[in-house]
Design a protein around this ligand. Structure first.
Ligand SMILES: [Zn+2]
Length: 404
């Protein structure tokens, strides 16, 4: 079946240009031609007329948590069951897809629910984006996402795999792959939404970090590190990490290292912003709000330095964290522009740059002959006003239309 999409404006993400009066030819699930409108023969083809819209590649969220709902009270007093988390994922992933996200990377859940959800999407049982999964995260005792279940439930009940030695890290990384996750996620420093840890302080020694990353790297798998503090970022980079998440307390040396090693950075501005904006009144613990305020303070300034130095800044939202709801994480686009990143750079972050982050640049991330037909459209040109990104009008994933 041949489908022709007529585009008002077209941003392919292959370059920084916005093209006018173009057409995209889709056959089955692939893009087979990108050409001027006047060059296409619509006879016998299905025509989708987006002549009054801004068309671009499907969005990629490089950091989110599909099983978390954005509940502001959750950390304080409630842990959902695996069944509840899985059902959250079904609902959230559909919201993400309809918001324009055709591919996402899940950055960790409690019980490998992401692996099951990915399978269900691939089998066509539920609708959702293409998924890259992390399964359970690796953390240290008392570290970020080492949940405080009652002591008598230990050592079985943990939100993450808790490791306190290189051997434990090696075993945990192998366990994550054993249960079907695509990559490993390591909590390299304390975090905002945990209690009693320090976002600035590293959680793991170089030897511990290296043990886990050797497992991932030797298998050609990706890895990401939750790291706010500069020291934790540097330990992870020396040990061979693939991407740094948050990086909100980075220093100049960490910025230079990211640029030099080509390590990707996902700034997740919206995560800290949503916690600060919702505040204690919404039920978030005062310690968490205070840490978010501290983390966001110099973030914009540092991101400008990253841009100047040539750090590869990607797009990720941490959707699912308090006040940061699925389907609304497109608000990150306007925040990245507010931080001083050029609009086209930000659109490329969520498309072609994120595709290279996920090592999928040959399949997704741009509108190009031979790539998968992941195509979305918005009412107006987002480079003039990023708020446009909050309202996707058209979503095609893998050649199938989900929103029109
Ligand atoms: Zn996260």
């Amino acid at each position: 079946m041949k489908t022709i999409i007529l585009c008002g404006k077209l941003f392919t993400a292959e370059d920084e240009k916005i093209h006018k009066d173009m057409a995209i030819v889709v056959e089955d699930n692939k893009i087979t031609k990108v050409t001027s409108k006047k060059n296409v023969n619509t006879k016998g083809a299905k025509v989708i007329d987006l002549s009054d819209q801004f068309v671009m590649p499907g969005l990629i969220d490089g950091h989110m948590h599909c099983t978390s709902n954005g509940d502001t009270k959750r950390i304080a007093d409630y842990y959902p069951t695996t069944a509840e988390e899985t059902l959250n994922g079904v609902v959230n992933l559909k919201k993400d897809l309809l918001a324009g996200f055709t591919t996402i990377r899940d950055e960790g859940c409690n019980d490998f629910e992401d692996v099951a959800l990915k399978k269900a999407i691939e089998q066509g049982k539920i609708d959702g984006p293409r998924m890259i999964t992390s399964g359970k995260c690796l953390t240290a005792t008392g570290g970020h996402s080492d949940s405080r279940y009652p002591y008598y439930l230990e050592p079985g009940a943990h939100e993450s795999l808790v490791c306190d030695s290189p051997d434990a890290m090696r075993k945990a990384a192998r366990t994550v792959f054993k249960y079907g996750a695509d990559q490993i996620k390591i909590m390299g420093t304390g975090g905002v939404m945990s209690l009693g840890d320090e976002p600035g302080a590293p959680e793991f020694t170089y030897e511990e970090m290296k043990a886990a990353l050797d497992v991932a790297n030797s298998r050609g798998r990706m890895s990401s590190v939750h790291a706010h503090g500069a020291e934790g970022m540097k330990i992870a980079m020396k040990a061979g990490i693939h991407s740094i998440e948050h990086g909100m307390l980075m220093d100049d040396e960490a910025i230079t290292m990211m640029a030099k090693t080509g390590t990707f950075l996902i700034p997740t501005i919206i995560a800290a912003k949503a916690i600060v904006d919702n505040g204690v009144a919404s039920g978030i613990h005062p310690e968490n709000v205070a840490k978010a305020e501290m983390c966001i303070k110099n973030h914009y300034q540092n991101l400008k330095k990253c841009l100047k130095k040539g750090v590869k800044i990607c797009f990720g939202t941490d959707a699912g964290t308090p006040g940061n709801y699925h389907g609304q994480q497109t608000r990150e686009f306007a925040l990245m522009v507010e931080a001083g990143l050029p609009p086209i750079y930000v659109l490329q972050a969520a498309t072609i740059r994120n595709a290279s982050l996920l090592r999928m640049e040959n399949e997704i991330g741009s509108i190009k002959e031979g790539k998968l037909a992941d195509i979305v459209a918005f009412k107006d040109d987002p480079t003039k006003d990023m708020e446009v990104m909050n309202h996707a009008c058209f979503v095609m994933k893998d050649g199938k239309v989900y929103k029109k």
